[in-house]
Design a protein around this ligand. Structure first.
Ligand code: AMP
Length: 540
C-alpha cells in the first residue's frame, strides 16, 4: 500500500519558484563577465529564467537534451541553472580550464546541443569549432550592444536579445524527479574526464542536507557568496541551497583575487562563503597588506583540498570567522562530510578543538562512509586504521555518463572515492592520502600519468614517476622523479625544456629529481604511496 502523501516531484524549478514567491525582493548581486555589477532579485530572476525557458523551447530544446555553459559565476549563468533544468533539459557546466582536447572530448561526449558562453571564452571556442560539430547554436551571455564579432563562429546570438523576445508567462512543467538535471565532468581520475549526471531529486535533497544546522547552517538571514566556480560541481551546489533558503546571493564573477573578494564581502555584507585553500591564502595576503577585515563574515567552508591548521587558526583568531572543513567530490554533489563540533567538544581548549577541526568531518544525513583494506575488508572506526574511503547515499553518483562499467562503483551502491582516510569513533573522517594518480593544484587537477608519459619520451629517461608534493600556495605541485638510462647525462633544465611544448605551463613540474630506482608493486607499477612517503619531507 502507498502512503497517503502527495508525490509532487522535487524539482529544481521549485527552489526558484519558492524564492520568487516568499523572498521576491531578496537581492541577487552579480559581477558579470565585463566586471559590471548587476543587482536583481528572486522575483525578477524567476521571470528572466522563465523567459529563457520559453526561448530554449523555441530554439528546439527538448527534455533530455544537453545544453552547455562556459561561464564564470554570474547572474545569467545562475538563470541557466534554472531555465535549462526547469524544462527537463540538462545543464552541462563546462570547466574552461580543461585542455582543448579535453573540452572537445566532453562537449562531444555530452552531445551538447547549444552552448551559452561568457564573452571571454569566445577565442577558446573559436579554436575548437571544427571539432565540435554537434553544437547547433552559440549564445553569448551579454547585451546586444556588447556582442563581439567573430569571423569563425557564425550566427552568434546575444542572450539578452534571446530572452527579450519572450514574456515570461510560463509555468514550470512537472515531471519525474529522477529526471537528469545537470552534468559536470570530473578530471579527478585517470584517463578522459568523466561525466557525473545529477538529477532533480538528488539536487533538491542535497540542498536540504547542505542547509541544515550541522552542515552549512544557512537561512534567509544570510548573505551567501559561493567562490568555488559555477563549473565546479555547481559551485558546490551553493546556488541551489541559497535559493532554497531565500538568502541574498552574491555571484563574484571572474576576479577571485584577495582584493575583489574582500570588497564584495565588505560591500555586500557577506556572512557565508566557500572556496579552496588557495583562494583563502590570496585573501589573507591582501588583508595583511591592506589592514582590512572580514567583519560581516560569520563562517566559511574550506574544501576541495585539506584545510591547513594555520589557516583555521588565522580565520578564528585574527578575523573571527568560523571555519567549516568539508570534504566532497564532483561525484558526491558534492557534500560528503562537514566538520562541526559535537556537544562534548564544548569546554575544550582552542588547541584541542583544532585537533578535531582539521579533520574533514562527519557524514551529513543521507551519506554513509566506510574504509576498507586492500582485500575490501571494512576497517574499524578507531581514528588509526586507514584505508580506501567509500561513500554511498541518495546524491552520490551510481556510475559515469557513457561508461558501461565503472571501476570505482562497487556493490550495494558504494562508490570508491580514490581517497585514503581514517574514521574515528565519533565518525570524524580524516584524509591521509590518495590512491588516484592525480594532483590537485589550486583546486584544479593535474594528471601525473600524462606527465610521466611525456617524460619517458626523452631519450635519456628510463622511468619517470610524478607525485604531488605540498606547496604553500597551490596546496600541491608536481614533482618529477626520474631514473636515467645507463650512462645518460641529462640535466633538470633539459628535461623541463623537453616538456615545455608538450604540456600546459601550469602542469609543468616544479622540480625534477634523479634517483637510482623507483619503488614498484608486484605487478610492476610504480608504487606511488611509497614514493610519496619517500619524498614526504621534500620542499620546493
Ligand atoms: P573534485 O571532484 O574535483 O571536487 O575533487 C574531489 C577530491 O578532492 C576528493 O576526492 C579529494 O581527493 C579532494 N578533496 C576534496 N575536499 C578535500 C578536503 N577537505 N581535504 C582533502 N582533500 C579533499
Amino acid at each position: 500500500m502507498h502512503g497517503l502523501i502527495s508525490d509532487r516531484p522535487l524539482l529544481i524549478s521549485s527552489l526558484l519558484e519558492h524564492a520568487a514567491r516568499y523572498h521576491g525582493n531578496t537581492e541577487i548581486i552579480s559581477v558579470d563577465s565585463q566586471d559590471k555589477t548587476i543587482r536583481s532579485n528572486y522575483e525578477n530572476v524567476n521571470i528572466r529564467s522563465k523567459k529563457l525557458a520559453q526561448a530554449l523551447i523555441k530554439l528546439g530544446a527538448k527534455k533530455g537534451d544537453t545544453i552547455a555553459t562556459m561561464a564564470w559565476s554570474n547572474l545569467r549563468h545562475y538563470e541557466l541553472y534554472f531555465g535549462v533544468s526547469g524544462i527537463g533539459s540538462i545543464c552541462h557546466t563546462i570547466n574552461p580550464r580543461l585542455f582543448p582536447e579535453q573540452l572537445v572530448f566532453i562537449i562531444n561526449d555530452a552531445k551538447d546541443k547549444f552552448l551559452f558562453i561568457d564573452i571571454d571564452f569566445i577565442p577558446l571556442i573559436e579554436k575548437l569549432m571544427d571539432k565540435i560539430t554537434k553544437i547547433e547554436k552559440i549564445i553569448v551571455l551579454c547585451d546586444k550592444i556588447d556582442m563581439p564579432n567573430s569571423s569563425i563562429i557564425k550566427n552568434l546570438i546575444s542572450y539578452e536579445d534571446l530572452i527579450n523576445g519572450e514574456n515570461g508567462d510560463f509555468d514550470w512543467p512537472l515531471f519525474d524527479e529522477k529526471t537528469a538535471s545537470s552534468l559536470c565532468y570530473t578530471s579527478g581520475t585517470t584517463g578522459n574526464p568523466k561525466g557525473v549526471l545529477y538529477a532533480h531529486r538528488s539536487t533538491v535533497i542535497h540542498a536540504f542536507a547542505a542547509a541544515a544546522p550541522d552542515a552549512m547552517n544557512l537561512s534567509a538571514r544570510d548573505v551567501i557568496m559561493p567562490i568555488a566556480p559555477m563549473f565546479h560541481a555547481n559551485a558546490w551546489a551553493i546556488p541551489y541551497v541559497t535559493t532554497m533558503v531565500g538568502a541574498k546571493l552574491v555571484l563574484p564573477g571572474r576576479n577571485l583575487d584577495g582584493e575583489s573578494v574582500q570588497n564584495l564581502i565588505e560591500n555586500e555584507q557577506v556572512t557565508f562563503t566557500a572556496a579552496v585553500p588557495t583562494i583563502w591564502l590570496m585573501l589573507f595576503e591582501y588583508l595583511e597588506q591592506s589592514g582590512k577585515k572580514l567583519d560581516s563574515l560569520k563562517s566559511c567552508v574550506v574544501g576541495g583540498s585539506a584545510c591547513p591548521r594555520f589557516m583555521m587558526e588565522k580565520f578564528y583568531e585574527k578575523y573571527g570567522v568560523e571555519v567549516l572543513h568539508c570534504w566532497g567530490m564532483t561525484e558526491t554533489s558534492p557534500i560528503g562530510t562537514i566538520n562541526r563540533p559535537l556537544a562534548k567538544h564544548y569546554g575544550q581548549s582552542f588547541s584541542e578543538r583544532l585537533d578535531v577541526a582539521v579533520k574533514q568531518g562527519r557524514p551529513v544525513y543521507g551519506v554513509e562512509i566506510k574504509i576498507t583494506d586492500e582485500n575490501d575488508i571494512t576497517l574499524p572506526n578507531n581514528g588509526k586504521d586507514f584505508g580506501n574511503l567509500w561513500i554511498r547515499g541518495p546524491w552520490i553518483c551510481s556510475g559515469y555518463l557513457n561508461i558501461e562499467k565503472s571501476e570505482t562503483h562497487g556493490e550495494d551502491d558504494w562508490f570508491m572515492t580514490g581517497d585514503v582516510a581514517t574514521i574515528d569513533e565519533d565518525g570524524f573522517m580524516q584524509i591521509t592520502d590518495r590512491t588516484k594518480d592525480v594532483i590537485k593544484s589550486g583546486g584544479e587537477w593535474i594528471s601525473s600519468i600524462e606527465i610521466e608519459n611525456f617524460a619517458v619520451g626523452h631519450p635519456s629517461v628510463m622511468e619517470a614517476g610524478v607525485i604531488g608534493v605540498f606547496h604553500p600556495k597551490w596546496d600541491e605541485r608536481p614533482l618529477l622523479i626520474i631514473v636515467k638510462n645507463e650512462n645518460a647525462k641529462v640535466s633538470k633544465e633539459e628535461i623541463l625544456d623537453f616538456l615545455k611544448d608538450k604540456i600546459v605551463s601550469w602542469w609543468m613540474p616544479d622540480d625534477v629529481v634523479f634517483v637510482e630506482s623507483l619503488p614498484h608493486t608486484a605487478t610492476g607499477k610504480i608504487q606511488k604511496l611509497a614514493l610519496r612517503e619517500q619524498f614526504k619531507d621534500y620542499k620546493f
